[in-house]
Design a protein around this ligand. Structure first.
Ligand code: SAH
Length: 477
């Protein structure tokens, strides 16, 4: 944390006394509903059917302007379902991870590839879409880390799964406001995005569409320059991003990665698979593997006490890559998502039109997601970096000074409607029953950022390392 008044000064410099305020964004209600319980009974028999997700809340009826989109959705679902049925007939049941990967990122019919429904008119809304203050405070977090580590000459901002590009846009506005501070620093932006549709939306948001496609053999597939003059490159994989001192950001990214699901039975652990329901034409169902699968052997810890476990190996691989890069080149990673510390069981769920949606129905037309297991992420860093958190979103934002920012915005807003919007979006982000307690912040930092190696020899040193912003209480001195 940059101590106040230094941090207050950073806030004021970044946002201005009035803060360059845009109208507060509108919002829907992503993933905020308390989940109905999903009983998954022990079903030890070979390929025993498991009940599917609870009956989906009725999808929006075909009507008015939604007709065409709904109709397209239905035919896409048929295409994706047909693809999956063919695959299942040919190879037998697939893991939940394989099903999720196909449903979300299949290059032809995947949900993110084709629909990518973030925002009020889509299927879910995320914190950056609710209020610009969210991204501004994250921008300040990076600048404060950059200052704390001695203002390196260059840094890369690397966002994984940038959605509509809103969060990076808000961060870049902060960087622009702090141009005098960052003027000697060479900043570049690197976006890791698999969805062609969303990368187009990001390009419009960040560069007003002024981008260039790059030939297939190059690591980046698109390049452009931000409205504020910062170079931006797009990649399909974190491994393609050039090495160097980097600030990584993953907001609601890890929850979209494919999970394996396991169920404890009298015969031991079994993997949950997706199969064709023999009783209902063209319908999918969950079954249990008749014997243990390679994933069961690899992912279930001998000391596991839960009877249902979800594991996301892809999240493990990506966090390992981030940890290696930070260990080698420096920087930091901020991960924000809903999740738990290795305690939850069945969290796999679908969202469509802002409502819970049966995960096995109309694959490709709904967002599928599972809570992030932060204890697994921590374990997968293998001690290469230090970790902070997870801490609740409302604590992180409070520590970052969201209340000060709200006060300034309220003081400077002239009309009641804007003030009400500001208070409403603050409530969405901070209320423990809404996003305040459901979302968590987790950080990776080089070990030396937290423990000064010289400190042992120089305990009298007058310049201790500043605490990391957001993860400690804001002290109003
Ligand atoms: N961070 C944004 C969007 C979250 S939705 C926000 O908070 O608003 C998840 C994002 O991750 C989408 O942009 C989706 O296309 C992207 N995504 C999903 N799986 C991915 C993968 N394997 N690699 C890269 N991006 C992926």
């Amino acid at each position: 944390m940059v101590p106040l008044p230094a941090r207050r000064a950073l806030l004021a410099a970044a946002l201005g006394p009035a803060g360059r305020r845009r109208l507060p964004r509108h919002h829907g209600n992503r993933r905020l509903h308390p989940l109905p319980p999903r009983a998954v009974p022990l079903s030890p028999g070979p390929m025993s059917p498991l009940p599917t997700a609870p009956a989906a809340t009725a999808a929006r009826p075909f009507s008015g302007a939604g007709d065409q989109e709904e109709a397209e959705g239905a035919s896409r679902a048929t295409a994706m379902l047909r693809h999956l049925l063919l695959k299942l007939r040919a190879t037998g049941p697939v893991t939940v991870a394989e099903y999720m990967r196909e449903a979300l990122t299949n290059p032809g019919q995947g949900y993110y590839t084709r629909r990518g429904g973030i925002g009020e008119s889509g299927d879910f809304v995320t914190s950056p879409e609710i209020s610009q203050v969210f991204g501004e405070l994250i921008g300040i977090w990076y600048v404060s880390e950059w200052i704390a580590t001695g203002k390196p000459k260059a840094f890369q901002l690397v966002e994984l799964g940038p959605g509509r590009g809103t969060l990076t846009d808000d961060i870049l506005r902060v960087f622009n406001q702090l141009a005098s501070l960052l003027s000697k620093c060479d900043v570049s932006v690197h976006l890791v995005e698999v969805s062609p549709k969303l990368s187009e939306i990001q390009a419009l948001m960040l560069t007003e569409g002024k981008v260039q496609s790059i030939p297939e053999d190059k690591s980046a597939y698109m390049k452009g320059v931000s409205k504020t003059g910062i170079p931006i490159s797009w990649y399909r994989d974190i491994q393609d991003v050039p090495p160097g001192y980097s600030f990584y950001l993953a907001h609601e990214f890890f929850d979209a990665l494919p999970i394996h699901k396991f169920q404890k039975t009298e015969k031991g652990w079994r993997e949950v698979l997706v199969d064709i329901d023999p009783d209902v034409p063209d319908q999918l169902r969950f079954v249990l593997s008749p014997s243990s699968t390679p994933a069961t052997e690899n992912f279930i810890e001998p000391e596991e006490r839960r009877d249902h476990v979800e594991v996301c190996p892809e999240a493990g691989v990506i966090i390992q890559r981030l940890a290696c890069r930070i260990e080698k080149d420096g920087g930091a990673a901020l991960v924000a998502d809903y999740g738990h510390d290795g305690t939850k069981t069945d969290t796999f769920r679908g969202f469509r039109n802002h409502k819970l949606h049966d995960v096995l129905k109309a694959p490709g037309t709904a967002d599928l997601t599972a809570d992030v297991d932060f204890s697994y992420l921590r374990k997968m860093t293998q001690g290469r970096t230090a970790t902070l958190g997870p801490i609740k979103q409302r604590e992180f934002l409070k520590n970052m000074g969201i209340d000060l920012r709200l006060q300034v915005l309220l003081q400077n807003s002239r009309d009641t409607a804007t003030r009400e919007q500001l208070l409403h979006s603050y409530d969405m982000l901070m209320n423990p029953k809404k996003m305040g307690d459901r979302f968590n912040f987790f950080a990776l930092l080089p070990h030396h950022r937290l423990a000064d190696p010289d400190k042992k020899h120089k305990p009298e040193s007058k310049s201790p390392l500043p605490p990391v912003a957001g993860f400690g209480e804001l002290l109003l001195k």
